[in-house]
Design a protein around this ligand. Structure first.
Ligand code: GTP
Length: 597
């Protein structure tokens, strides 16, 4: 294809401003979808994604559009994941495009997340086309929003396209703006092949499917290629594009985005950001920016019912086929039995995997406290990585303990700034910058990752009523005064709740945990002490008083059917309970207890 007829673009938007609806309209308008298919949202195709309103894996659709000049253009529309846990994937997707549509809700205006995304896009030298959507709403104020885009983001919005993705208004104008304003890609067809591996996923029929952006050269079936960072060689057996269904093509030339398959069994072999070239006369220099993604948050996943262990192993293996960024190894715990120690890109990633296991594979799981990776220097000079608090060696043998830090950037409307500064301060943050753009503040903080993994996003979201957005990068390890805190229920340590904390946080966190557990653990026939301890020293204590006898007596009275219902309920309940020192702890208690108030 003639390079001047190609346009590669992504859509950036704040959650709910209409990104998916607009994408579906563009597909529909250019003939990729029938009205019936349109009713099912196409671009986000995983259940959990839809429910959470986020896009996990980037998807790309190719559209053919005949412009006003009578020429038919190839438009590659790329969807990008919206969450910081997947920041690297977002960055790779953006690197594969020359421009972006910036969708802003005509009633809501520019919001924090829009800013974070736009800055990323600007960093990639994108041409940004503002689209003011939802103009059908009675509360729509397109002119005000236009001024806001100019003031806050600092880009020209005089030619912003006004749309209602819902009613199908302005769709053609969006397509014309893409053709007219987003520059075509550059590339050399005769140069050695250089293609960027933008994304990969596992398909049960095709095996591993790889999304590529060809920079130079041509990729076609039968070509022997190598992955420069991965170091493996593969034979291309299929080349195509998504429309949104798969269409097989003869080749992908420079500037084009499409998919390839090469009989690859695991996505781990096709890593995002890698450079694909030919084995013979290939490129010698890889594309810039390949980064190996490392899990940063670890936790244990255990089946509630020990008999489900094999099923858990199988399910985790299947999930891993499609997600190379998630790692796992077998682990055994005194109280929880056999399970897996798993590594994730972040907390949201953890929650998604956990949810998919329980929903798609019907598994009841216990998740242990999430932990970051610590580096221990022992008194004998050896260095260890600690992925699991349960493996913590005797403190007297540790000379130094280091923890990972991040540089966080937070965008927020002014009025929430005070509470956000306090939150960061409470989490041992060190402020490194504060600037204002329009009515918004941009704050930067250095924070220990361990203070962020628990519930930082949740807290940030709730104190800013959803308006603050958050982005981070890792900045290395720093020494910290860290201690191991154990939680004892009826004098027995609950390994799922033991954690590494900063000494200054041990008291409040220990107190908080025991107070929460006191509310979360049901009463028993006996008194239950709950304690938080560092070594032998108890730092917080609560007691659950014993249940009075007549309460149970009353429970078990009544007619047969009610009794049966009760028994069934109990059975259901049992599935989600765990015993510690004769105390039954509901599964929710583990997760709930870990959220800081
Ligand atoms: P995430 O996938 O959660 O990031 O959201 P999104 O930006 O993809 O938004 P989505 O397309 O899911 O739209 C969010 C809501 O806004 C849905 O309920 C849409 O039906 C609605 N919506 C989208 N476009 C319009 C529009 O032009 N007018 C009106 N009134 N509603 C719209």
């Amino acid at each position: 294809t003639d390079l001047s007829l190609i346009r590669n673009f992504s859509i950036i938007a704040h959650i709910d401003h209409g990104k998916s609806t607009l994408a579906d309209r563009l597909i529909q308008y250019t003939g990729g979808l029938s009205e019936r298919e349109m009713s099912e949202q196409v671009l986000d195709n995983m259940d959990i994604e839809r429910e959470r309103g986020i896009t996990i894996k980037a998807q790309t659709v190719r559209l053919d559009y005949t412009g006003k000049d009578g020429k038919t253009y190839q438009l590659n529309l790329m969807d990008t994941p919206g969450h910081v846990d997947f920041a690297y994937e977002v960055s790779r997707s953006l690197a594969a495009c020359e421009g972006a549509l910036l969708v802003v809700d005509a009633a809501q205006g520019v919001e924090a997340q829009t800013l974070a995304n736009v800055y990323q896009s600007i960093e990639h030298d994108h041409e940004i086309v503002p689209v003011i959507n939802k103009i059908d709403l009675p509360a729509a104020e397109p002119e005000k929003v236009r001024a806001e885009i100019e003031e806050v983001i600092g880009i020209d919005a005089s030619e912003a396209v006004l749309t209602s993705a819902k009613s199908g208004i302005g769709i053609e104008e969006v397509l014309d703006a893409v053709v007219a304003r987003i520059p075509p890609p550059k590339g050399d067809r005769t140069a050695p092949l250089k293609a960027m591996l933008v994304d990969s996923w596992y398909d049960p029929y095709l095996g591993v499917v790889i999304l590529v952006r060809v920079i130079d050269g041509v990729i076609k079936k039968g070509l022997q290629v190598k992955f420069m960072a991965g170091g493996t060689e593969h034979l291309i057996d299929r080349v195509g594009c998504m429309r949104p269904k798969l269409q097989v093509l003869d080749e992908l030339g420079p500037g084009e985005i499409g998919i390839i398959t090469a009989q690859i069994k695991e996505v781990a072999q096709a890593r995002v950001g890698d450079t694909i070239t030919t084995v013979k006369q290939g490129a010698t220099q890889a594309l810039a920016g390949f980064k190996e993604v490392q899990p940063v948050v670890f936790c244990g996943l255990f089946p509630v019912d020990a008999a489900d262990f094999e099923k858990l192993r199988e399910s985790i293996g299947k999930l891993r086929l499609n997600d190379a960024s998630f790692s796992f190894e077998m682990e055994s715990s005194a109280a929880l039995g056999f399970g897996f120690r798993c590594g994730f890109l972040g907390l949201l990633h953890l929650e998604i995997i956990q949810e998919r296991l329980s929903r798609e594979y019907d598994l009841d799981l216990i998740t242990t406290a999430p932990s970051v990776v610590y580096r221990l220097t022992m008194t004998d000079g050896t260095v260890k990585e600690l992925h699991n608090p349960a493996d913590m060696p005797d403190p007297v043998k540790i000379r130094e303990m280091e923890e990972p830090w991040i540089k966080a950037t937070i965008y927020t409307p002014d009025e929430y700034l005070g509470s956000i500064l306090k939150l960061c301060q409470d989490r041992r943050g060190v402020q490194t910058g504060l600037t204002y753009v329009g009515g918004r503040a941009q704050v930067s903080y250095e924070l220990p990752l361990n203070e962020v993994v628990f519930d930082f996003y949740d807290r940030l979201k709730s104190i800013s009523r959803g308006y603050a957005s958050f982005d981070y990068e890792q900045i290395g390890l720093r020494e910290g005064d860290l201690v191991m805190m154990n939680i004892l229920v009826n004098n027995e340590p609950v390994d799922a709740l033991s954690m590494v904390v900063h000494r200054s946080q041990a008291d409040p966190r220990g107190r908080h945990l025991v107070e929460r557990l006191k509310d979360l653990i049901p009463r028993h026939m006996f008194k239950i002490p709950i304690q938080a301890a560092i070594g032998a020293k108890v730092i917080a204590r609560e007691t659950i008083s014993a249940m009075r006898k007549d309460v149970t007596a009353k429970c078990y009275g009544g007619d047969i059917s009610r009794k049966k219902k009760l028994l069934e309920k109990q059975k259901e309940g049992k599935k989600r309970m765990r015993e510690y020192g004769n105390v039954t702890i509901p599964q929710e208690a583990f997760i709930a207890a870990l959220r800081m108030g």
